[in-house]
Design a binder for this molecule. Sequence first.
Ligand code: TXA
Ligand code: MG
Length: 350
Amino acid sequence: ETKVWKVSAEAPSREAVLEAAALLQDGRTVAFPTETVYGLGADARNTEAVTDIFAAKGRPSDNPLIVHIADRSQLEELVAPPEEAVLRLLDAFWPGPLTVVLQVKPGALSPLVTAGLSTVGLRMPGHPVALGLIAAAGCPVAAPSANRSGRPSPTKASHVLGDLAGRIAGIVDGGEAGVGLESTVVEFAGDALYILRPGGITADQLREALPGTPVVEPQAEHREPNAPRAPGMKYAHYAPRGTMVLVQGASDKLVHACMQRELDEARARGERTGVLTYAEHADRFHADHIVPCGRLDALETVAHGLYAALREFDEAGVGFIAAEACPEEGLGAAIMNRLRKAAGGRVFTV
Ligand code: TXA
Ligand code: MG
């Protein structure tokens, strides 16, 4: 009994948006497309509504939710007036795939949204359906990715329904999400900007928008014990059901040979095998199910298809997946972050 509205992504029907917004105002949960992935929304001020998000997803309650707004004027009720550097970031990337962690005004949101932290992650999404829905609801909308906790994030309405049908009040189906990976989550600490979760906005894009400000990428966290972290990073698995190994190395040849050896061993154990690779390399493997996930020479196509590819292995009943690493530059940083998590730490370097 999850209500589904099919709409055009660019020009969603006003009637559908108003009906979905009315559910949000009524304290119900509604999934909707953003430019990154589908989100599961609820009124961020309403604790019962937010409780339903955590319940539908099976999400641990110490993992805070991102709050989505449709207009800068909504900042006032949620956070203190942002500093100059924050405003420059918002000017550069909003609406868009950037979440900024700021000090929350006491009482502005349900305490469940922030999981007891004094900060909140805020984002203005760049998708007409998301913007229209949030504006029509007239409230800040808490929205994590609309998947069951631990599953790959949804980039299509069918992914959301596969995970959450019957558990949520409605879904606005606006077709495929564009970026395919979640937003970049950032927080200022001292004079530096820390990337808490790599995503749709790259480190270099942030550096370009903030000349002179050090931008610290997640790998550096290990050398910086006081650096802030996104609580969710310890939970996110983005995992397919099969066992996945991620292989990286100095040459394609070595990487492919290692992947094929793992695949052959898995097949000898009687497993159905899968390969996550790129269009350029799709013909280099023998396996039951080969998924060319975008092109290496256009990493945005890899990001766009990654989560659907991970779900495809589940649909094909694949028990063992060998995944090929991509260069960790630009969007590659976010792609590799998700691949490592999907592999649950089974990463081989050859
Ligand atoms: O692209 C996205 O960000 C999508 C769409 C729906 O907007 N949303 C999303 O939400 O990915 P979720 O809940 O799946 O991921 C939220 C991430 C988690 O890693 C969480 O720990 C972090 O943001 N986060 C939220 N509030 C935070 C805070 N106050 N401090 C640090 N990290 C925070
Ligand atoms: Mg998520």
